[in-house]
Ligand binder design. Structure first.
Ligand code: DP6
Length: 419
């Protein structure tokens, strides 16, 4: 087989996700088994996703990977665990046209090339590892003809990064913590697809940050070791909250969804503060955004916007519908205007058709904005230019897909090297 020249490859796209009931804490560090269930919303891959091309060829002499164009090592245990698990489930593959014939047992001897790219800046701290590991596992499963449903694949992606298991589905997803020691029942399941609640609009404020943040992996390890609040949360709080959140999603009950999402985000950050030494993920800008949303929700009488923050200062804001999202964006741009000479279309990215509805297609139009009356004077001065790097407008989105268009492949079909 070593003299054969073919390169056989698959390209896939996988979304990222944002937890509305957070995963924070492992009961098994190696298998990545959590201390509680979690629930997430999958974000539209048109705006935030990972694309991965995986290739196999008898000409490859070792497994190699490139992330955003730069070669990275695959020697880490998380990559190794995912590769081992997926190889052990590989099936027979045949492509007569290309003269490709790979038997189940050949996969142990064949090497892989993997190229992965995020359509958003990795440094922005937007769960790139979740989309990345989900895409790695999904694309390899397609390449190797692995006959497993997405929940089984989620248990493999989980061993790359916990939150990755939830990116195997679109819409609303639950990661069941499971109870078995081997982790076989710690899998993601879909609660509802992306069409179930398609009124929702999501605006992410990418908040500028100077400080180097503690990684989720080490942060949650320290919380497990030192926070009593984490124990209480996992045992007493989350189990009830999960049931309530499932009901809220099923009934599209935005008031309950918001109350649960905000409280859970705040409790996760309280656990971080309860960790020794304390971990600070949110900053002043994050807190200001919380105040803005809380005041607005209270003044309206019923919740209009939910907020949630992961292991960093970025705010993920979920508006109940497009009309509310337009008002939200106006409020955000009033308080966090772009720096002078910033093009509005680079300050609000993703689905920025919303800018037109907000009457804000020009940067200068921000100067005409009035403060939202109900929150005026309450959240500090207007001059907070530069505190938000940019905004991303998106919505709940679909799960992983194979990209059949060869022009989207990240590896050259002849050499198997990055294009
Ligand atoms: C705050 O999945 O990044 O985003 O399993 O160690 O890779 P590892 O951690 P990771 O943690 C995500 C934590 C979170 C909450 C969440 O996504 O549920």
């Amino acid at each position: 087989m070593a003299t054969e020249k073919w390169v056989f490859m698959v390209t896939a796209q996988t979304p990222t996700n944002i937890a509305v009931i957070k995963y924070w804490g492992k009961r098994d560090e190696v298998r990545i088994l959590p201390v509680n269930d979690s629930i997430s919303v999958t974000l539209d891959p048109d705006h935030l996703c990972t694309v991965t091309t995986v290739a196999v060829s008898p000409a490859f002499d070792r497994d190699r990977m490139w992330l955003n164009g730069k070669e990275i090592s695959l020697s880490g245990s998380r990559y190794q665990n995912c590769l081992r698990e997926i190889r052990s489930r590989a099936g027979d593959v045949e492509d007569k046209e290309k003269g490709v014939k790979i038997g189940k047992k050949d996969w142990d001897k064949l090497h892989l090339h993997i190229a992965s790219h995020n359509n958003f800046p990795t440094a922005a701290g937007l769960a790139s590892s979740a989309a990345g590991f989900a895409c790695l596992v999904f694309s390899l499963a397609k390449l190797m003809n692995v006959d497993e449903d997405p929940s089984h694949l989620s248990a493999i992606a989980r061993q790359g990064s916990g939150s990755a298991c939830r990116s195997l589905f679109g819409g609303f997803v639950k990661w069941e913590m499971g109870s078995k020691d081997d982790g076989s029942d710690s899998v993601a399941v879909q609660l509802a697809d992306e069409k179930h609640w398609d009124d929702l609009v999501i605006i992410i404020a990418v908040v500028s940050s100077q400080q180097k943040e503690t990684s989720s992996t080490s942060g949650m390890r320290e919380s497990v070791e030192t926070s009593l609040l984490l124990q209480h949360r996992a045992k007493e709080v989350v189990p009830k909250r999960i049931l309530q959140m499932e009901e809220a999603i099923k009934n599209r009950d935005f008031a309950s969804f918001t109350q649960l999402t905000c409280t859970d985000s705040n409790q996760f950050h309280a656990v971080c503060l309860d960790t020794s030494p304390p971990i600070f993920y949110m900053n002043d800008t994050s807190h200001r955004i919380i105040s803005l949303v809380e005041k607005w929700n209270r003044s309206e009488g019923t919740p209009q916007v939910a907020y949630t923050f992961d292991a960093g200062p970025n705010a993920v804001l979920i508006a109940r519908n497009r009309k509310v999202a337009v008002q939200l964006l106006q409020g955000l741009l009033y308080y966090f205007p772009p720096k002078p000479d910033t093009d509005m279309k680079s300050y609000v990215v993703g689905d920025n058709s919303i800018l037109k509805e907000a009457g804000l297609d020009e940067a200068s139009s921000v100067e005409n904005l009035q403060p939202p009356p109900e929150i005026k004077d309450n959240i500090g001065s207007q001059d907070q230019k530069g505190e938000v790097s940019y905004f991303i407008c998106t919505r709940p989105g679909k799960g992983p897909i194979v990209l059949h268009d060869q022009t989207q492949a990240l590896l050259d079909p002849e050499t198997g090297l990055p294009k």
